[in-house]
Structures are given as structure tokens and as C-alpha cells.
Design a binder for this molecule. Structure first.
Ligand code: ADP
Length: 852
């Protein structure tokens, strides 16, 4: 299409130029023709005029000669008899063919004695009157031809005795009028005004009457003829041009100046034709030269344009090659697939080289039918449906997102598909592109998840703050309220004891809440790690029993603890966490069972062949208030507490179950709960615990024996401040907080000991180093202190070289109350750990334990 357009653009100007050359040539030839004809016309007019004058001169001269001869002869005549010999001698030099004598009787007599009667001739009648002149004699009696007769009266002794006649015969006349132009004889006629020809000189025969002859000529138009005959008849000069047999005839009519004869002369058509053809030849030559020049120019321009086109083409090809290379490299290194195909045949014009790599489909298959993309991808969701094609109008786009399976690897990835309907130089095409959006989609999903998580976290934070606000304010209210009442009722011991007990209870509740919250947040932030160590299950159960039994008894519950199956004496696990988890379940069972209920605690070994470690099931069952089906769904959510008339009267944080669930998850176990409102609840925890190598044989009997139904129940002795178990001991207490220092000092004094305070770890170290051996019985060490913390102080004390450095008991007394904190304290060289707020009985027991 483009090349045709170029062709038109190039050919049209060339055609126009060529036409201009031809027209110019036509104009040139025509102008030349007109010029030549005009020039020849002028030429023949002038020549004819000159010729007429000359003929006139010749005729006049002939007339004069005859007059001279007649005069001379008349002078020398001695009688009236004509001496032809003398006459001939006189006439020898005369221009006539011959000279005759016509006597007065009208007899034309010559030297040979021939006599012809000319009495009727006009010239005789005029001449005998004594006039001279010239006349034409048509069809002479002397010879069968026309004669021009000059006549002159011959006088003898003053009397006209006859005429002398000089004759111009046809041939002589012909010689006179004959005219040659450029080597070609012109047709020349002397004629009378009626058209009769006096003499004619033509290359072909002469007519008798010119007008009659011309009337019959087919070459002369009627108009020309009329003008011609008019000129001859009126004896006027004129010129005529007409197309004759041999070309342009330019005929000039002019009158002889001395008589009425008309000279008609035609410029030779051959000469005009020759001149025209010469001019044409020059024109043709010029035209040919111009055409040649034109052709040369066209060829030059074509060659130049071709060269430019070739250069352009080569540049374009180079550029195209480069683009193709670039495109190929780009497509090879990107995960976008391109397919250009015809919407009619579905044959692909272009397929990006990465097709096989990205989708694993056979290039040849797609090249033959681009619709196979759908089948090749193994996806049933139609991309190439008739509707799609119909809906994609020209210059518009259709797009979709879909999951495409890699034909070879089976990997599924998300692609954004575009179908563009384009028109490439009049050709309708569809361009299908597949852009890998898997990462983007995954990122979006991750972002959405993160957003959701952030929203949930935000919600959780709001819930947490609101719960915390409520749960902290409640015991705080009690503490502050009873403290105020205490101040007012300080002089009433019963009230003081009652308020103090309530303040302590609220304080404990607050403490539990804080511990749970901190524990919970620590577990949730993933900072909690299990402290796996060897422990005795029997011991653990004993400790549990020690804690839970008093609570159960206080509510008059029957408590049943059973062990089923052979459980190794020693197991590997985080004893503290297992303890915490079971305690949560057991204390809930006690809490949420109305007075006089039944609590069952079963520890069961599950026999699972496939499981190498010991699989234990803990079942905590009560016949308490139970849990609604609805609440069961959220029972493990932090701060979740069922709202009903019973739970409202029971203190709790709603964190116990969440912590329990987290601990079980941390240990890789499971927890399930079955419950019906009013019919009690059963919590089942299943854990897998490894067995330490040295104790792999286990001592199940002892565990069972210790926790059987018959196991002895030991009542716990309540702490008493009356006895002074630490009498005589001097305790060094490192404590930066004055209030805490005062509390511990008071407690120690209460227990019978003395206390010396150091305000930080460094001072404790100094005091210890300066002391004599055995001066301090024990050191109570806070952990977070300025200048030197408890860990560093302990390490320094243990390595300071004092006599008691290695043996003096150092006991952590700190608000860092997590299991890790206990572990860290022991690792730093301390002997034991007491968490704040300090329970006086715990303090007493611990100090008694380490008393020398
Ligand atoms: P709380 O400090 O309130 O006891 P938990 O997380 O330990 O918090 O328990 C969450 C809630 O689950 C309790 O408030 C109670 O409604 C319900 N719940 C837990 N254990 C029992 C049980 N043995 N019987 C009835 N309800 C229970």
C-alpha cells in the first residue's frame, strides 16, 4: 500500500513533466510552423512583387526594343517593300522569338514568305491605328500555342504601312516567369482577370484557366477560392494559404504594374514542408534531448531515491534487528508472554521466545492456533470465547486475571491477561499478553493478612486495655478503699484484721493478674522458651496436690487424683509450665464448681505404638456450672470470661485458659474441652514427653503409689509470725527501693533476723568484702539495681576471694519472676529465687532452707 502510494507520488510529477515536454514541443512545432508559413508568405509576397516588376520590365523592354527596331527600320526603308533580311538583322539582338511584319491588309508575313491572316486580331486593329502595345494571342494560328505579341506601327515616310510584331512564344514566356525557390520550382502563372492563363510555369501541366482549374481542386476551400478569384478578378494583391497535396501552399496574387495581367505565384510546398520538417527535426531533436535529459534525471533521481531507500531500509533493518534482539532479550528475561495472532485464522504472527519457559507449552502448537493457549494451560476457564472476541472492539482491550498451570511442571501461577484488538497497517490483529502477577498477588494477600492481623491486634489491644483497665481497677478499688477504712478504724483490731485480709486478697488477685498478663504477653510475643529438664512426674503431682487440695477442701469438694498406666518416674519437659497449665485447669474446676462438688484428676499413659516418647493424657473433670456451647468457641481467647450469675461472683482474669492453650501449643500437645451448662466440664490435655536415658526404665509404681486414692493428705501449716525461726542471723539485703527495703527489713526482724541494707550491687559487694568471715549469714539480692545489678554483684561476690565468697547463700529477691529469671539467677551463682511481692511465709521457708 505504502509502496503504491510512493509510486504514485513519484510517477505523477514525472508524467506531468513529460506531458509538459510534449505540450512544449507541440507549441514549439506549431509556433515554428506559423513562423515559417508567415515568413514564407512574406517572402513569396515580396518575391512575387519583384517578379511582377521584372516581368513588367522585360515586357516593357521588349516593347521598347520593338519600337527601336520599327523606328530604325522605318528610317532605313527605301521603299515600302519589306526587306526581311535587313529586318532580321535588326531583330537579331531583340529579345523576341521572331519578328513578323503585318501589312496594312492584315496579312502576317515573315521572311519565309508565310502569310497568315491576322486581320481580326485586336493587336492588328489597334496597331494599324498607329498604336503600339502588347497582346496575348490564345491558340495562335502560327503554332498551336499562346503567343505574347508586341506590336509597333511601321511608318514609311510618316505613313503607317503595317505593323512590326515581336513574338514571345510560350517557352520564352515560361522562361521569363519561371521562379525557383531554394532549388524548387514555384508554380507561377500570368493570367488575365478572368483566369485565363497567359503563361504558366509549374512542375506539372498548366491549365488554360486558372480559376476554373482551382475551382475543381479539392485542396482549396470554397472560402479561399472565393477570396482568390475575387483578388484576380478585382486585380488586387492577396495571399492564400492552403493545405495542398505536398504540404502547405502559399499562393500570392499580385498585379503586374504595367498592365492588367495578374501574377499568381505559389511558394513550393516541398520547400515549406522541408523547412517545417527541418524545424520539426530540430524540435524533435530538442525534444529527444529533453526527454533524454528527463530520463537521465528520472533515472538519477530513481537511483538516488533507491539508494536512499536502500540506506533507509538497511538502517531500518538494523534498527528492527536491534529492536528484535532487545525485545527478545527482554522477553527472555521477563515473565511476560506476548502472542500476536490473526482473529480470522488464529495463526500466530509472533510468539515471545519465553513462552515455553513460562508456560511449558509447545510453540509450534500455539503458532498454528493461538486458541490452544487455553487448552495448553489446562485451565477450563475460557479465555478465547466467541463472546470475548466479539466484545473486544478495535483499539480496545479485554483483560482478566487467572491462574495458569505450567504444562510441564504443573506449577500454578497467577497471570494478568490482556487481549488488545489492534489494526496494524490495515491488518486486524489480536495481541495477547500474559503478565506474571503471582508475587504481586502473594504480596497483596500477605498485605491483606497483615492488615487483618493488624486490625485484629488493634482490636485485641483495645480489648486488652479495656479489660486491663477494668480488671486492675477492681482490686485496686478494694485495696485503696479498705486502706482508707483501715486508717479510720485503726483502733478496732477486728476491723483492722478484716480489712488487712481483704487488702492482702485483693493484692494477691492484682498480683495474679499482672503475672498472667505478663506471662500471656511473653508467650504471645514468642519470647517464651520451654525450659526442658528432667523432672519427676510424681513430684509434680505432689506439688499440685499440695496447692489444690486446700482450695478444694475450702469449698468442700471431693477431690480424686488417679494415675493410669505405667508412667516413668523421670520425664523430660518443662515442669514449671506443665504445673502452671494443670494448676489453671484444676483451680478453674474448683472455682467453677459449686460447694460440695466433685473434682476428678486423671493422669493416663496412652499406648501408641507409633509414638516413641511417653504420651500422657491429663483429664480434669468437674461437675460444676459447665460452659455454654457458644462460649466454648472462645474459651481460649485472652480475657474471655463467660458472663452469667455464677461467674460474675467469681474473681478471674480470663487469661488462664489462653495461657494454658498457649503452653499446650508450645509443647506440641492438644487440649480439648467438653461441657454442658449445669452438668460440669471435662478438659483433656494430651502431651508427648521424652524419657531421659538413664531413667528410661521408669518407676511407675511409685508415681501411682504417691497419688492413688489412698494417698495421704497432709494439711498445710499456715504461716505464723509468732515464732522467730531466723533468730541470730544477719542478712545483707541489696535493694535500691526504700519501701521494698523497709518491707524486707521489717519481715526479717519479724522472723528474728537482723538486716543490713546495701543500696545497689556495688555497695553489697563492698560491704561483703569488708566484712569478717561469718559476719553475714545470707545475702538477699535484688536484680534490677543501679550501678551494679544483682547478677554482676553475685558473680563478683562469688569471685572476690572472701572467705565466705563461695559458700554464703545468695537468694534472689526480685520482681523478675519468670522461669527464665529463676534460671538466670541460678546461672549467675545464686542459690534460690523469691519473687516480689514477697510472701513472708515463702521468705521464711526459703531462708530456713538455706540456714547454715
Ligand atoms: P478466669 O480467670 O476467669 O478463670 P480462665 O481463662 O481460667 O479465666 O477461664 C475463662 C473462663 O472459662 C472462665 O471465666 C469461665 O467462664 C470458663 N471456665 C473455665 N474453666 C471452667 C470450668 N471448669 N467450669 C466452668 N467454666 C469454666
Amino acid at each position: 500500500m505504502g509502496s503504491n502510494k510512493n509510486l504514485f507520488i513519484n510517477v505523477i510529477p514525472a508524467g506531468i513533466l513529460l506531458a509538459i515536454i510534449f505540450i512544449a514541443f507541440g507549441v514549439f512545432v506549431n509556433t515554428n510552423k506559423q513562423r515559417i508559413i508567415t515568413q514564407n508568405t512574406e517572402y513569396v509576397e515580396e518575391a512575387a512583387l519583384q517578379k511582377a516588376k521584372r516581368i513588367d520590365d522585360v515586357l516593357l523592354s521588349a516593347q521598347n526594343s520593338l519600337e527601336v527596331i520599327a523606328s530604325l527600320y522605318g528610317d532605313i526603308m527605301d521603299n515600302s517593300e519589306i526587306d526581311f533580311e535587313m529586318l532580321n538583322q535588326l531583330a537579331e539582338k531583340a529579345p523576341f522569338d521572331y519578328i513578323d511584319f503585318v501589312n496594312a491588309e492584315g496579312w502576317d508575313i515573315n521572311g519565309d514568305g508565310r502569310r497568315i491572316d491576322v486581320l481580326d486580331r485586336a493587336y492588328f486593329r489597334d496597331g494599324i491605328q498607329g498604336n503600339s502595345g502588347m497582346n496575348i494571342v490564345f491558340d495562335s494560328r502560327i503554332a498551336d500555342e499562346n503567343f505574347v505579341v508586341f506590336y509597333q506601327p511601321l511608318r514609311y515616310k510618316g505613313k503607317v504601312i503595317g505593323l512590326l510584331t515581336g513574338h514571345y512564344r510560350e517557352k520564352q514566356m515560361k522562361d521569363i516567369i519561371t521562379t525557383v525557390y531554394f532549388g524548387e520550382q514555384a508554380s507561377t502563372f500570368l493570367c488575365l482577370s478572368d483566369g485565363r492563363v497567359v503563361s504558366g510555369s509549374t512542375p506539372f501541366g498548366e491549365p488554360e484557366n486558372l480559376l476554373e482549374s482551382l475551382q475543381c481542386t479539392e485542396y482549396i476551400s470554397e472560402e479561399t477560392y472565393n477570396a482568390f478569384s475575387e483578388a484576380i478578378q478585382n486585380k488586387e494583391s492577396n495571399s492564400f494559404i492552403y493545405q495542398g497535396k505536398n504540404g502547405y501552399c502559399i499562393t500570392c496574387v499580385t498585379k503586374l504594374p504595367g498592365n492588367d495581367w495578374m501574377l499568381v505565384q505559389t511558394f513550393p510546398a516541398a520547400v515549406t514542408s522541408k523547412m517545417l520538417s527541418n524545424a520539426s527535426a530540430a524540435g524533435i531533436q530538442l525534444e529527444v534531448e529533453l526527454i533524454l535529459l528527463f530520463v537521465v534525471c528520472v533515472v538519477f533521481l530513481m537511483l538516488r531515491s533507491r539508494k536512499q531507500r536502500m540506506r533507509l531500509l538497511s538502517e531500518k533493518t538494523k534498527e528492527l534487528g536491534y529492536m528484535e534482539w532487545l525485545f527478545s532479550v527482554l522477553t527472555q528475561n521477563t515473565d511476560d508472554v506476548f502472542i500476536l495472532f490473526s482473529p480470522k485464522t488464529f495463526r500466530a504472527d509472533y510468539i515471545s521466545p519465553n513462552l515455553e519457559r513460562i508456560l511449558g507449552v509447545d510453540r509450534e502448537v500455539i503458532a498454528a492456533d493461538a486458541r490452544k493457549m487455553l487448552l495448553a494451560s489446562g485451565d477450563n476457564k475460557a479465555t478465547f470465547t466467541q463472546e470475548n472476541f466479539a466484545s473486544v472492539k478495535e483499539n480496545s482491550t479485554w483483560q482478566t486475571d487467572r491462574e495458569v498451570r505450567h504444562c510441564k511442571t504443573g506449577e500454578r501461577r497467577w497471570y494478568k491477561e490482556h487481549l488488545y484488538h489492534v489494526n496494524i497497517q490495515g491488518e486486524e490483529r489480536f495481541l495477547l499478553t500474559l503478565s506474571d502477577r503471582t508475587v504481586e498477588r502473594q504480596m497483596n494477600e500477605a498485605l491483606n493478612n497483615a492488615l487483618e492481623a493488624a486490625n485484629i491486634a488493634n482490636q485485641a489491644k483495645s480489648n486488652f486495655l479495656s479489660n486491663m483497665s477494668h480488671d486492675i481497677r477492681t482490686p485496686m478499688n478494694a485495696i485503696v478503699g479498705f486502706a482508707m477504712l483501715l486508717e479510720k478504724e485503726a483502733d478496732k483490731p477486728d476491723k483492722v484484721r478484716l480489712y488487712t485480709q481483704k487488702i492482702v486478697a485483693s493484692g494477691h488477685h492484682l498480683m495474679n493478674l499482672i503475672n498472667d498478663v505478663l506471662d500471656m504477653s511473653k508467650i504471645e510475643s514468642g519470647k517464651t522458651t520451654l525450659n526442658i529438664a528432667e523432672f519427676s512426674m510424681a513430684e509434680l503431682l505432689e506439688e499440685l496436690e499440695d496447692i489444690i487440695q486446700p482450695e478444694a477442701r475450702a469449698k468442700e469438694h471431693t477431690m480424686e487424683i488417679r494415675v493410669q498406666g505405667e508412667i516413668p518416674e523421670m520425664l523430660l519437659g518443662d515442669k514449671l509450665r506443665i504445673n502452671q497449665m494443670l494448676l489453671n485447669l484444676l483451680s478453674n474446676a474448683v472455682k467453677y464448681t459449686p460447694k460440695g462438688g466433685k473434682i476428678e484428676f486423671l493422669v493416663q499413659r496412652l499406648e501408641r505404638a507409633s509414638v516413641s516418647p511417653v504420651c500422657l493424657r491429663f483429664v480434669v473433670k468437674d461437675n460444676g456450672i459447665g460452659i455454654s456451647e457458644e462460649f466454648l468457641k472462645t474459651i481460649f481467647d485472652p480475657f474471655a470470661r463467660e458472663i452469667n450469675s455464677v461467674t460474675n461472683t467469681i474473681q478471674g482474669t480470663g487469661l488462664g485458659m489462653a495461657i494454658t492453650k498457649n503452653i499446650v501449643d508450645l509443647m506440641g500437645g492438644t487440649i480439648t474441652v467438653k461441657s454442658q451448662p449445669g452438668r460440669g466440664s471435662t478438659f483433656i490435655v494430651e502431651l508427648e514427653l521424652a524419657v531421659p536415658k538413664q531413667s528410661s526404665d521408669g518407676q511407675p509404681e511409685s508415681v501411682r503409689a504417691a497419688h492413688g486414692e489412698e494417698a495421704a493428705e497432709e494439711e498445710k501449716v499456715c504461716p505464723s509470725f509468732s515464732d522467730r525461726p531466723l533468730e541470730g542471723m544477719l542478712i545483707l539485703a541489696a535493694e535500691d527501693n526504700d519501701l521494698n527495703a523497709e518491707i524486707v527489713s521489717e519481715m526479717l526482724i519479724m522472723l528474728g533476723a537482723k538486716c543490713e541494707r546495701a543500696i545497689n550491687g556495688m555497695e553489697a559487694l563492698e560491704l561483703f568484702k569488708e566484712s569478717e568471715a561469718g559476719h553475714y549469714s545470707m545475702i538477699l539480692m535484688d536484680i534490677q539495681m543501679p550501678v551494679m545489678n544483682g547478677y554482676e554483684a553475685t558473680k563478683s561476690i562469688r569471685s572476690c576471694g572472701h572467705q565466705d565468697a563461695e559458700k554464703i547463700p545468695i537468694i534472689a529477691m526480685t520482681a523478675n519472676a519468670f522461669a527464665e529469671d529463676v534460671k538466670n539467677a541460678l546461672e549467675a551463682g545464686m542459690n534460690d529465687h523469691i519473687s516480689k511481692p514477697v510472701d513472708v511465709s515463702v521468705l521464711r521457708d526459703t531462708l530456713e532452707k538455706w540456714k547454715a
